[in-house]
Design a binder for this molecule. Structure first.
Ligand code: ADP
Ligand code: ASP
Ligand code: MG
Length: 412
């Protein structure tokens, strides 16, 4: 049996009109003799009635206890459950043999970290059974259950991860993520007008891009597909184009053994604050105390820069006040820079090539963008800037690496 996983995001299933395109994509795959596991997100975006954020607004817990988080998962999961039934019903109207399953029924087992549950295992027996009687099994994304049967959700954007988890466990031929753009693009098209889709990208580059804010795919989904060595494809629900292939080696796919570009894509994250704390050179424990304080409060830190006299790092805006209060309690004095953004240039081709950081710094300076902090790895260079400069900065980097143009190899 040839098996494909197809995942359709919130905007793809938002309206009946949009779902006609979804059904067209499903029919295309069925015509090629595939059986399908179709993973769906909740219908639309806030203020659509069954979108995740709309459901979240229906309750307001006084405190975030384990029980209130558990109940929130019961509520949030309804969005995807509704979507699975609606799509299955419409497929049946199109004479396609389909059935719907919740994440729990489909066998997605998680731990009990409600709202951010981690997948422990996938038991796909029920799906396998349903595939004997149906051509399409529609599975509600983003949700699972604990061993003891409580409903869980696996973190925002988690339907991508559901698709990858079933793809890996059922050894699907490919995991296709359908969305509202043509593929992985050279930057977020909402920020860069000349951004263009990329034909082939490696799992590692995609993972970096996703962790650095390219929300077109959830990074966990990429990790799962990479481990299982199952190709991922990001494509548009509204077109027949094949989109971006995510695989282990770009060179192998396009028949070359050298990287043909320094930078593949520019990603960004906004809404972050930079904290800068002076420490006494002789107080060796201070640095550890700062990070332990953050860890104890489950505050995730990024962009860490430590010297004998200072500790600098970033936190998401929404936890800034809490982070400062906790540090002040411990006697630290903190300098805060709010409204920052992190811009990342990602590309496997920059490994070992000198001058990439200089090119970035020059492009930003030329556009009057001040760099507040920077860091690099062998495949990514990050800069922290003021949020007000975000659009200018992303466009400047997109231009300096000529990402709007096809590379010589892509032209052939
Ligand atoms: P879905 O609801 O289908 O899961 P998302 O809204 O989560 O869709 O992700 C798609 C969006 O990701 C696009 O509309 C686009 O604005 C954004 N995006 C950010 N960075 C990129 C990128 N590098 N390539 C493509 N899309 C990107
Ligand atoms: N509906 C969930 C969200 O909005 C999961 C998803 O769309 O992947 O985060
Ligand atoms: Mg998404």
């Amino acid at each position: 049996m040839r098996l494909l996983i197809q995942k359709f995001g919130g905007t793809s299933v938002q309206t009946k009109e949009n779902r006609k395109h979804v059904i067209k994509q499903i029919k295309r795959a069925l015509e090629k003799d595939y059986k399908l596991v179709v993973v769906v997100s909740a219908l639309g975006r806030n203020p659509d009635p069954y979108a995740t954020d709309t459901l979240l607004q229906m309750v307001d817990y006084p405190t975030k206890t384990q029980n209130s988080k558990r109940e929130l998962d019961m509520l949030m999961s309804c969005g995807e459950t509704i979507a699975s039934v609606v799509l299955s019903n419409e497929l049946q109207h199109h004479h396609i043999s389909a059935t719907a399953l919740t994440g729990a029924q489909a066998g997605l087992i998680t731990n009990d970290e409600y709202n951010e549950a981690k997948i422990k295992k996938v038991k796909p027996d029920r799906i396998k059974h349903e595939l004997k009687n149906h051509d399409v099994v529609v599975v509600a994304g983003f949700q699972g259950r604990t061993e003891s049967g409580d409903i869980t959700t696996i973190g925002r954007g988690g339907s991508d991860t559901t698709a990858a988890a079933f793809g890996a466990s059922l050894r699907a031929e490919c995991i296709e993520i359908f969305t509202d753009v043509k593929g992985i693009m050279t930057a977020d098209p909402r920020v860069v007008d000349s951004a263009r889709p990329i034909d082939v990208v490696t799992y590692t580059e995609t993972c970096n891009l996703a962790y650095q804010g390219a929300k077109v795919i959830h990074p966990r989904a990429v990790e799962i597909a990479m481990q299982a060595e199952i190709p991922l494809r990001i494509r548009s629900t509204y077109s027949n184009e094949i989109g971006t292939l995510i695989t282990s080696s770009r060179g192998k796919e396009i028949g070359i053994d050298i990287p043909d570009r320094l930078v593949t894509s520019i990603a960004h994250i906004d809404d972050i604050s930079q904290l800068s704390i002076k420490v006494n050179e002789t107080d060796l424990r201070a640095q550890a105390t700062i990070f332990q304080t953050m860890a104890d409060a489950s505050i995730s830190v990024d962009f860490i820069n430590i010297s004998p006299t200072s500790v600098i790092y970033t936190v998401p805006s929404e936890v800034t006040t809490r982070a400062i209060a906790l540090l002040e309690e411990k006697g630290f004095s903190i300098e805060v820079t709010e409204n920052c953004a992190k811009v990342s240039a990602v590309g496997a081709g920059m490994t070992g090539i000198p001058g990439v950081a200089a090119k970035i710094a020059n492009a930003l300076v030329k556009n009057n963008v001040q760099i507040l902090q920077s860091a690099d790895s062998h495949t990514t260079i990050w800069v922290l800037i003021y949020e007000k400069h975000l659009k200018t900065a992303v466009n400047a980097l997109h231009d300096v690496f000529e990402l709007n143009k096809l590379t010589e190899i892509e032209k052939t």
